[in-house]
Design a protein around this ligand. Sequence first.
Ligand code: ADP
Ligand code: MG
Length: 251
Amino acid sequence: MTTIEANREVLLDISGVGKRFTGAAGDELRVLDGIDLQLRGGEIVALLGRSGSGKSTLLRIIAGLIAPSDGEVTYRGTPLNGSNPGAALVFQSFALMPWLTVQDNVELGLAARNVAPAERRRRALDAIDLIGLDGFESAYPKELSGGMRQRVGFARALVLEPDLLLMDEPFSALDVLTAENLRTELVNLWATEGFPTKAICVVTHNIEEAVQLADRVLVLGANPGRIIAEVPVRQPRPRNRRAPWFEALVD
Ligand code: ADP
Ligand code: MG
């Protein structure tokens, strides 16, 4: 991917997607309805909506973890079937394996893809280094702060070199300064050549976060979830504006 044109290729195409669940009383719950959305190489898209608007459901559909009730989702032109080979997820609650070290948590997805041990190790160390966890390879999640745990969450996703990095409220379990710090690092890394992902979709209910991260913000209305607005973001992203004392405030 060198040219701008190649960077703008459609990676994910969502067309007419709806999702219905059966409620506790056997009633039908329409969570998403008529969602059309394309994710292209080189862009960061935020899905902004209040709690219950169907954001996580949409992200899970994009990841191929659940199937839509209506419509179609394709990754590079191929309909999803049980998984999305180009996507990796970062979760709000980190979802780390507490009995595994940082290194082993990061290697897990590669092991599942049958990557040989030596290459697993090399790629995991690269991802750990990239995300600022150098020196913590042998630590266990419980020994880490929330911010460091989410760094492991990022390393575990990035090590897969996914075309699409999908993040479900990845900063909302962190204190505001730690969250801001990690977001700034992420957008700085995104601007770096060789960052191992082509597009990012971030789900959030935080408008500042959406505007800080995204090139465009899609607003999801509730009941049923529909994209009710698309807002381009023109604001320059913050870059390397950190004062030396900032380190003392973040975990
Ligand atoms: P958000 O992430 O925007 O808060 P969700 O996608 O988690 O919203 O949920 C949207 C709605 O769908 C909520 O009302 C939720 O209770 C419901 N829902 C989500 N998953 C299921 C499920 N597996 N079965 C039934 N209802 C569900
Ligand atoms: Mg959610």
